[in-house]
Design a protein around this ligand. Structure first.
Ligand code: NAI
Ligand code: BAL
Length: 490
């Protein structure tokens, strides 16, 4: 249980944060060659600090240092047990600094401090610890061969990884990438979103203090074209792991095709449905899950429920309960621990979200909206990435599944039905990477997360499946025949 402070106490911490201000390359902060970039508090519009950004030369330097570190093997060939110890030490440092990190996260992203303290920080630390603890327990196998050979199947760290991050969960997405990548022995270069560089820089500093060698974890602040693209096109980067929009994800596939065919793993957008069948039980429970799913993090969540596909027979009762629950959701100052919905990330994003609503509102906060729409309305089809729940009424449970699948996306879905077999059948029929039954969630650290269709490509975050992203499979075939016996073939 986290003890929360008062709003005034959080504000006092925010005023005294020691903020990182430059790229972290080769074990130290160094001024980048790119322009200074303002980091702004989305809730107040005030500048928090200026961060020095990386340029193409810094990208080259970071890749060279990452490769050197990888080839020297001080991390990549370290006993898994020893890598584990260092990553656990990092988790202890993160725990010791968690209040500072939670406040930093809240002021640069607009997230409620309540979420930062109770969800983002604990899950970030848990994610790194989980992968660290797993790494000395994962092993592969030998293949079935004839008696004349032994075939050993190994997993080797893939090499130099570029992790391109979004702004909606700056710390958690950092952990989802660096947890398994570092555990596997890779060197990682992180490009945080331009709005939220601070926590990633601070984590790199703490990782160095924990014993992660120079060059193994580097952070390059800057915008997409100046830092993301050179990393995507770099001939010596082995993998890009990306979370963000489908449009930018597509670019990384092109960068890879135009350069060294590096592996690309994309975790992109969603238009995630909650299906409520005619036999859904306990509509209070359904309303609670739908409201959390739609409005957590102000809907700026790739797996947010953004379509409520509800059977006509239960719609009126459910809508009443959703409205009632929403009245308890407090919108406002992210540093107030009573706040549930903070500020949207920036003014451009506010304008995008309001564009769907014809709203004349102004400012960084957008109050939750529930709109009834037809299945072909833009609100029902496009990723809004804000606190907007689009409600689509259907006449049958089968129609609900058909509407759910009528999208280019396939990240997450939830089904509410008392009929066990019917719910499982729907879960099987829905084309999405995670389907929850009678609840909403993203699974947990042990379960793979990623999307079907245009929601994802190339691999999964979380679970041991994440380990697959960061490793190459190698076969070593050993001839056991004695050459003296003549031409034996295994
Ligand atoms: N996890 C998710 O599903 C996320 C989805 N989005 C969606 O994307 C929309 C736009 O948000 P953005 O922040 O602009 O997302 P984005 O996908 O453009 O940004 C994600 C990352 O990619 C980098 N990037 C951007 N353009 C690039 C380029 N040309 N080359 C290389 N790297 C590049 C960014 O600097 C950032 O680090 C949002 O409104 C939302 O719909 C945004 C963030 C997370
Ligand atoms: N919710 C985890 C991934 C994302 O929203 O970007």
């Amino acid at each position: 249980m986290t003890d929360l402070l008062t709003k005034a106490e959080y504000a006092a911490i925010a005023d005294t944060l020691d903020l990182p201000r430059s790229p972290f390359i080769d074990g130290k902060f160094q001024r980048g060659g790119g322009p200074m970039m303002a980091t702004t508090n989305p809730a107040t519009g005030e500048e928090i600090t200026q961060v020095s950004t990386a340029d193409t030369k810094d990208v080259d330097l970071a890749v060279t240092k990452a490769r050197e570190a990888f080839d020297q093997g001080h991390w990549s060939k370290l006993d898994p047990d020893a890598r584990k110890d260092i990553l656990i030490r990092l988790c202890k440092l993160l725990t010791r600094n968690k209040r500072e990190l939670a406040v930093m996260e809240s002021v640069e992203s607009g997230k409620p401090i309540l979420d930062c303290e109770t969800i983002d920080l604990p899950e970030t630390i848990h994610c790194i610890k989980w992968h660290a603890e797993a790494i000395d327990k994962i092993y592969d196998q030998t293949a079935p061969t004839g008696d004349g050979a032994l075939a050993v199947i190994l997993r080797e760290p893939i090499g130099v990884v570029a992790a391109i991050l979004p702004w909606n969960f700056p710390l958690m997405m950092l952990a989802w990438k660096i947890g398994p990548a570092l555990a596997a022995g890779c060197s990682v270069i992180v490009k945080p979103a331009e709005q939220t560089s601070l926590t990633a820089l601070r984590v790199a500093e703490l990782a160095h203090e924990a014993g992660v060698p120079r060059g193994v974890l580097q952070v390059l602040p800057g915008d997409g074209p100046s830092v993301g693209e050179p990393l995507g096109r770099h001939m010596d980067v082995d993998l890009v792991t990306f979370t963000g929009s489908t449009e930018t994800g597509r670019r990384f596939l092109r960068y890879a095709a135009d350069s060294n065919l590096k592996k690309v793993v994309l975790e992109c957008g969603g238009k995630n449905p909650a299906l409520v069948f005619d036999d859904a039980e306990n509509l209070d429970h359904v309303a609670e899950h739908v409201v959390n799913a739609a409005f957590w993090n102000a809907g700026q969540n790739c797996s947010a429920t953004s379509r409520l596909i509800v059977h006509s027979s239960v719609k009126a009762a459910l809508m009443e309960k959703i409205d009632a629950r929403l009245r308890d959701w407090k919108l406002g100052d992210p540093l107030d621990p009573a706040t549930h919905i903070g500020a949207l990330i920036d003014t451009d994003h506010c304008a995008k979200v309001r564009g769907f609503l014809d709203s004349k509102e102004d400012g960084p906060f957008v109050a939750p909206v529930v709109v009834e729409v037809s299945a072909d309305d833009a609100c029902a089809r496009d990723e809004i990435f804000g606190p907007v729940l689009s409600v689509i009424e259907v006449a049958s449970n089968d129609e609900a599944v058909q509407v759910a699948n009528d999208t280019a996306y396939g990240l997450a879905a939830s089904v509410f039905s008392a009929g066990g077999r019917r719910a499982i059948r729907a879960a099987r029929d829905i084309k999405a990477g995670t389907v929850t039954v009678n609840c909403y969630g993203e699974g947990n650290i042990a379960t793979p997360f990623g999307g079907y269709k245009q929601s994802g490509f190339g691999g999964r975050d979380n679970g041991l499946h994440a380990h697959d992203q960061y490793t190459e499979v190698k076969t070593i075939w050993i001839d056991l025949n004695d050459p003296a016996d003549g031409d034996n073939v295994a």
